[in-house]
Write a protein that binds this ligand. Structure first.
Ligand code: GAR
Length: 207
């Protein structure tokens, strides 16, 4: 690295599924001007497309299955240690369907973000798109937020709205949300990398 070059902003991405959100970040990172490096991708299960996407991009992966530990706390400690090995500036949960515990938050609280397919605090949990549709709302969307000890309760970094169509089913609505979500996450991570962020109570500011 030349003396005048800033080291890239190191991101560990956590996944449990297809990894289309991870792919959007990997694609953005291929432009050096984005200033972000995905240094590792971690998962709670094997055999998922997200891990294949990471491997195709030449990004190191690690997997830690909660079922292989005596307790959730043991898994949490081990998983946090695996993430820490990669010295992230930011940890991004991108379709990671697992709640972390106090060890993880002690290490990464304030620099651990998640993306959710609804306008929080509406429709938290595993099925944001399904729950919005079932409720009959006309507008839903996506939220990027800082993870705290609650379920999708942390301070909000960004939100974008998505209209619900009369013809939508869960899959069509979720796919439209995900398109917006990917672009928003890429934008937020890029701005955090370049400008940093401050948290005052529930208010997060990226200058
Ligand atoms: C995204 O819509 C993300 O918000 C959601 O999983 C999807 C991941 O898709 N996460 C949650 O619902 C977390 N509560 P992907 O695997 O294609 O990136």
């Amino acid at each position: 690295m030349a003396a005048d070059e800033t080291p890239p902003f190191r991101v560990v991405v956590l996944v449990s599924g297809d990894g289309s959100t991870l792919q959007a970040l990997l694609d953005a990172c291929s432009d050096p001007a984005y200033g972000v490096l995905v240094v590792a991708v971690g998962a709670d299960r094997d055999g998922i497309l997200a891990l294949k996407r990471a491997e195709s991009a030449g990004v190191p992966t690690f997997v830690s299955r909660p079922a292989e530990f005596d307790s959730r706390d043991d898994w949490d400690r081990a998983f946090a240690a695996l993430v820490a090995e990669h010295r992230p500036d930011l940890v991004v949960s991108a379709g990671f369907m697992r709640l972390v515990g106090s060890d993880f938050l002690d290490r990464f609280g304030g620099r651990f973000i998640n993306t959710h397919p609804a306008l929080l605090p509406a429709f938290p949990g595993m099925h944001g798109a399904r729950d919005a549709l079932a409720h009959g709302v006309k507008v839903t969307g996506a939220t990027v937020f800082l993870v705290d000890e609650g379920v999708d309760t942390g301070p909000v970094l960004a939100q974008r709205a998505v209209e619900v169509h009369d013809t939508d089913d869960e899959s069509s609505l979720h796919e439209r949300i995900k398109q917006v979500e990917r672009a928003m996450l890429v934008d937020v991570v890029g701005r955090m990398a370049h400008a940093g962020w401050t948290v005052t109570g529930r208010k997060v500011t990226i200058p």
